[in-house]
Structures are given as structure tokens and as C-alpha cells.
Ligand binder design. Structure first.
Ligand code: SF4
Length: 350
């Protein structure tokens, strides 16, 4: 007698590969940027007008700790790096948040190396709660890696509204090569965790790839498929995207990007996401130069970091803090706000 047994579901990456449309992405990226802008100018304007108005949200990352269990070869915080490890206590995190609030910020991304232990996550939850109660900061997103359902819930209950979990690359071989040790070296749990973060109550979920690790066409096609999969799993999710780009050589983390992504390709990638996901938040960080960040506003970008440090304690007086990666736009919040106004848009902080 034959026994029927349920087949385990195929790995998510295989399912995403079936969903992805690399040919469509390739055709899009093959067109000159000027032609794409001419072809899609009406859609671009409509997407901004209907979903964001003239608003561009300005925010700052706040680095809580740089200890990490992973060994990502492109990151200055990797566990094999000899940087001095720092973990800010609750008082120091509050002081950093107060400093950012004094400078005019109201929206923070709280960032730390990945240490998915209950005691650490609980300490982050307590500082989220304290920042929201005791400073002028109004909105907190988190970037802490893959967590358990209970840890996601603990952080959501503390008042954080969004969770960012970038896949970095969808290329299996590259993923294995650059994520050399630690829990992040398992690709599948990371792919699936965004749906769990949403199920735990995070309405806003940020996805992204680290440009420069693998060929752009496949990365974008799979990122889009991943977002579509999430939207199907999690109706009502508010998607956000970021495409941090490794500069050809990042001196802060001593890493050479294997794939070049020039400015034109970067702008096309932003345009691709904006047209495909007109309601999604689109973020550009200070990894990019000031002139290019200003230019991205015409491509539907809705969120910019400003007045940034990528080191724990970097907003106070910690002059020996080691950054996670090199910054290429050192303008203050006021200067970035002025640049947004000069583009005919309205900078907002909350
Ligand atoms: S990228 Fe994130 S997970 Fe990887 S080493 Fe850096 S802090 Fe840790």
C-alpha cells in the first residue's frame, strides 16, 4: 500500500525564483535613463501626488551596539573585525536620542549588530519605550536582524512601528560567500522572517539588497518577487525599500564590491521600484553623495537620512567610535531639508 505524505514546501528562494521576472527587469534596465524618465514621467508624478504629496521624510539612524554574532564580509561590525565593541547603556541611548531630537529629528531607525538573545532584545524594547515617553522622538523603526516571534512582539509592544530586514543578496552562492558565519549565514530564515515580523504587528516592513554584491538585474527581480510574496502573505503591509550601495571600495569596512553599480544603474533601480510599488516608501541613505541624493528626489524617493553617524555613541562625544560603513553625505538635518525644499518638495520629520 502506498502511503501519501505531504511534501514539504519548496524553499522560499525557489518559489521567489519562479515568481520573479528577470527578463522584464533586464529590458527595463537596458533602456537609457533619459528614455525611462520620458516614458514614465506621468506615472512618477502620479505616484508621488497620490501616495505622498510633496512630503519627504527625514530621519537618522541611532546605533545602539556594534557587537554582532555574524561575519558579513562587507560590514565594519563583523565579528572577525578588530573594532572596539560598544554597547550603549539605556542612559547613553536616551542621550543620543535627546541630541537628535534637539537637532530637530522626530523619526529614528534604531540599529544594532545582530544579537538575537532575549536579554538584549528586552533591553532594546525598554529603550524604545523610554525614547518614546521621554524625548520628542515620535517614530521608531528597527533594524536588528532575524528574531523569534516573541522577540518581534516584545519590540512592537514597546512602540516601534517598523522593521527593516534587508536580504542583502538573493544570489545563493554570493550569500554563502559573504555571510561567512553566524545565524545570518542561513539564507532561508532571513527570507521568511519579514512575514513573521508583520504577523507580530509591524505594519511597516523594509526590504532591500546591498547593491554591488551580485548582478543587478537578478537582485531587483527577486527583491520585487519577495515584496510581492510578502504583500500576498500580509495584506495591508506597508512596504519600504532601500538599496544601500557598496562603494567600489569601502575603506571603513575594508571591502571591495565584486559588482560595479554606477550612478545611472542605481537611479534606474530606484525608478524600477517606484513604478512597480507606487505606495512604497523609498529610502536613500548617506552611503550616497549629496548631489546624487538630491537627484534621487526626482525618481520618487520619499525618505532620506540626514545628519548621520553610523557608530554607537556617534552623536555625542565618542570620538573613537568606529562606523559601520563610509558616509558620503555629511550634511546636517537643516542642510538636507533645504535641499529637499530646493527640489520643490516638503521636508518632514514625522
Ligand atoms: S551587516 Fe549586520 S549582521 Fe552583518 S556583520 Fe554587520 S551588523 Fe552584523
Amino acid at each position: 500500500m502506498t502511503t501519501l505524505t505531504a511534501q514539504p514546501p519548496a524553499p522560499l528562494l525557489d518559489r521567489l525564483t519562479q515568481l520573479a521576472r528577470p527578463r522584464e527587469t533586464e529590458l527595463f534596465l537596458a533602456r537609457p535613463l533619459s528614455a525611462l524618465l520620458a516614458m514614465h514621467s506621468v506615472e512618477l508624478l502620479r505616484a508621488r501626488r497620490e501616495h505622498f504629496g510633496r512630503r519627504v521624510l527625514l530621519f537618522a539612524p541611532l546605533y545602539v551596539a556594534n557587537a554582532c554574532m555574524n561575519d558579513c564580509s562587507y560590514c565594519g561590525f563583523r565579528r572577525s573585525s578588530r573594532v572596539r565593541r560598544q554597547r550603549l547603556g539605556p542612559g547613553a541611548v536616551l542621550r543620543e536620542a535627546e541630541l537628535l531630537a534637539e537637532r530637530g529629528h522626530r523619526s529614528l531607525d534604531l540599529v544594532a549588530g545582530e544579537v538575537p538573545r532575549d536579554v538584549f532584545i528586552d533591553s532594546v524594547a525598554r529603550v524604545v519605550d523610554a525614547i518614546l515617553r521621554r524625548t520628542a522622538i515620535e517614530r521608531i523603526h528597527l533594524n536588528l536582524g532575524v528574531l523569534t516571534d516573541a522577540q518581534f512582539r516584545r519590540l512592537r509592544d514597546a512602540g516601534a512601528v517598523g522593521y527593516h530586514l534587508y536580504q542583502e543578496t538573493y544570489d545563493r552562492e554570493t550569500y554563502a560567500k559573504v555571510h561567512r558565519a553566524g545565524p545570518k549565514s542561513a539564507m532561508e530564515p532571513r527570507l521568511e522572517a519579514i512575514a513573521r515580523a508583520h504577523a507580530a504587528g509591524f505594519e511597516r516592513i523594509g526590504l532591500g539588497v546591498l547593491l554591488g554584491l551580485a548582478p543587478l538585474t537578478d537582485e531587483l527581480a527577486l527583491l520585487a518577487a519577495h515584496a510581492e510574496w510578502l504583500a500576498e502573505q500580509a495584506p495591508g503591509v506597508r512596504l519600504g525599500f532601500s538599496l544601500p550601495r557598496i562603494q567600489r571600495v569601502d575603506e571603513a569596512c575594508d571591502f571591495q564590491a565584486p559588482v560595479g553599480v554606477d550612478d545611472e544603474a542605481f537611479l534606474k533601480a530606484l525608478l524600477f521600484l517606484r513604478l512597480k510599488f507606487p505606495r512604497a516608501e523609498l529610502t536613500v541613505t548617506t552611503r550616497e553623495r549629496a548631489d546624487l541624493r538630491d537627484r534621487t528626489l526626482a525618481f520618487g524617493v520619499t525618505k532620506l537620512s540626514a545628519g548621520v553617524s553610523t557608530a554607537p555613541g556617534g552623536y555625542g562625544h565618542s570620538d573613537d567610535a568606529t562606523p559601520q560603513f563610509s558616509i558620503h553625505d555629511e550634511r546636517s538635518l537643516a542642510e538636507v531639508a533645504e535641499a529637499v525644499r530646493a527640489s520643490g518638495l516638503e521636508p518632514v520629520v514625522s
